[in-house]
Design a protein around this ligand. Structure first.
Ligand SMILES: NC(=O)c1ccc[n+]([C@@H]2O[C@H](COP(=O)([O-])OP(=O)(O)OC[C@H]3O[C@@H](n4cnc5c(N)ncnc54)[C@H](O)[C@@H]3O)[C@@H](O)[C@H]2O)c1
Length: 256
């Protein structure tokens, strides 16, 4: 992998939460390859350091900041460190997210504490990211925010996944509302809604479904790099009217 000083994101500062693994990690590598200075924020310190080290080894610029997106003080510190290190924040990608434990719970058996944990990470985490980055973006007179929602936030198909579906549905409409609120400040806000993506998050579920899944379904499992490519487009300059969009990346599942 070679890094270009003249890539699509040369000189831009990009903060990605949950970038120690899966989709966020692939995104960090992709932004770095295009010349961005990337801040790797993850509650898991070691994976974050690993992603940053890999980018640096390949000639890119990255900074790992251990961050729990549910803690206001962590997220404030993240934005401060990013701004200090790279002179501003051009892109924030609120990507950290989790499934419930256990993943599937009948509604009457919903563990309320676990429901609250999922909502805090998947929804409050997005709020805190936006709350803490917007003052800097307003000062700059521009910015881009991307939120990772899910197909499960657009449709009711994920039976037994109440907390996850509700949290991602809320991220969808928070994204739309923020596009309206922040449009006058030249801040674009979009969300991606992936279907199934091959990451550690759903590795167990994919393994359980292997064999039971028709080949055509299996083909729709995306690679994290394919999700990252869409996010790069959402973050790119020259896409001015692209805001308030929920971009499905699901192999056409939601189109049926
Ligand atoms: N994999 C899929 O099929 C799929 C589909 C649709 C949406 N998504 C969403 O994509 C996003 C990324 O998921 P992934 O599949 O790459 O999962 P992943 O488990 O590989 O990565 C998620 C990362 O988020 C981090 N994280 C968890 N809690 C955190 C917290 N409190 N603060 C900061 N970081 C935290 C984890 O440490 C991990 O590194 C999530 O929001 C997920 O809901 C995934």
């Amino acid at each position: 992998m070679t890094h270009q000083s003249a890539g699509r994101f040369a000189g831009k500062a990009v903060v990605i939460t949950g970038a120690g693994s899966g989709i966020g990690r692939a995104g960090a590598m992709a932004f770095a390859r295009e010349g961005a200075k990337v801040v790797i924020a993850d509650v898991a310190a070691e994976p974050a350091q690993r992603t940053a080290a890999e980018i640096t080894r390949a000639g890119g610029t990255a900074l790992a900041v251990t961050t729990d997106v549910t803690r206001l003080t962590d997220v404030q510190r993240l934005m401060q460190q990013a701004t200090q290190a790279f002179g501003g924040i051009d892109v924030l990608w609120n990507n950290a997210g989790v499934l419930a434990r256990p993943v599937y719970q009948a509604i009457e058996e919903t563990d309320v504490e676990d429901w609250e944990r999922v909502l805090r990470i998947n929804l409050t985490g997005v709020l805190l990211g936006c709350k803490c980055v917007v003052p800097q973006m307003k000062k700059q007179g521009k910015g881009v925010i991307i939120n990772t929602a899910s197909l499960a936030g657009l449709r009711g198909q994920a039976a037994g996944m109440a907390a996850y579906s509700a949290s991602k549905g809320a991220v969808v409409n928070l994204t739309r509302m923020l596009a309206t609120e922040l449009g006058p400040f030249n801040i674009r806000v979009n969300a991606i809604a992936p279907g199934s993506v091959e990451t550690p998050l759903i590795a167990d579920l994919l393994r359980q479904n292997a064999g039971a899944t028709p080949a055509t379904e299996a083909m729709r499992v995306a690679r994290p790099e394919e999700i990252a490519e869409t996010v790069l487009h959402l973050a790119a300059d020259g896409t001015g009217p692209l805001t308030g969009a929920i971009v499905t990346i699901d192999g056409g599942r939601s189109a049926r």
